[in-house]
Design a protein around this ligand. Sequence first.
Ligand SMILES: Cc1ncc(COP(=O)(O)O)c(C=O)c1O
Length: 382
Amino acid sequence: MSILSDCKYAIMTQENPLRNIQEPPAPRSAVQALQDVAHGALDFAELEQHHLSADRVLDFSTNTNPYGAAPGVRAALLSTPVDRYPDREALMLRRALAQHLGVASENILAGNGSAELIWLAALTYLDAGQTALVIGPTFGEYARAAALMGARVDEWQAEPENGFAVDAAAIQVQLSRQTYRLVFLCNPNNPTGQTLPLERLAEWAQTHSETMFVVDEAYIAFCSGMPSAIDARLPNLLVLRSMTKDYALTGLRLGYAVGDARVIAALRKTRPPWNVNAMAQTAGVAALQDAQYMKDNLISLQESYQALTVALRQRGYTVIPSAVHFFLMQVGDGARFRAALRPKGVLVRNCASFDLPDYVRIAARRSEENQRLLAAIDEVFV
Ligand SMILES: Cc1ncc(COP(=O)(O)O)c(C=O)c1O
């Protein structure tokens, strides 16, 4: 009998203690305690369950540029080899970004979406037992990434009574009470559309040199004229950007981090190899080449946001004013509102996961698409 068949025999026999193992090894404790985070965007299992097709549904639950990627992106993708590993360092992309942002390429790390960079920031800077501060209500991945590292997470929450404004004085007090290793702040914020002046942020970073401030600027392009934390050039300010959103590279997903070269070098150590695929790198370079397309898109989107919010207010809804093209709207029961619109082929974001169950988040789309949302609301609720 060969060794292999001996083993097979041993595994199959009754006496073999291996047969009695029922349970796999337990994941580490931080993973066991980890909560799933709800997100917007299409849920394909849900679509299947409700006999909806992804191509026919209008998705107002994701805050991306609804005009789609620049025409040059598709052409560039066609000539991207898929049978070759991508550039691990994303050199061409980082050079193009460096030129676009006016920084050196050593100040940039590309990521498989900015979500990966949120995780890398936590992986790089948080030890178990340290404390992170999240300025909420906000994107759920900050708290999740911190919790995965075994860190304690404090959350400061903006209040609906103040239109979800970020109270800089209250956060200042919070920062003075405790030494935070990491602070996550989304500016402009998802889902509230509120912004925090750069001066406040820079002030905090300057007075708390022991803290890494991670400023997620995934939506800054949608807020015309807003100054970026990149310009503060502080060593403890790390800025994250998402090309998934403004450049509409949504199916490819692409993000980048901008910061002090030493911070970028540290993040680079913790990223998986070949983290940004070849298609995303090519698409990123091509997208950056068409600045006019983006400019035109953003102007149209601002107009379509204005018109949509006016139309919703005319229908009696409370819309929270926002600095970007997505906004919170008070509807009573967000889950019910979303479910009622679903059969009409329009999806909005139920905000229960932000602890705002009576709100939905809506991202303005092209004017004609907004009309479909309004028509659906009229049919279902009026
Ligand atoms: C605030 C914020 N940051 C980051 C992300 C992640 O985007 P991506 O990983 O596609 O760049 C999202 C996605 O919804 C987001 O809302």
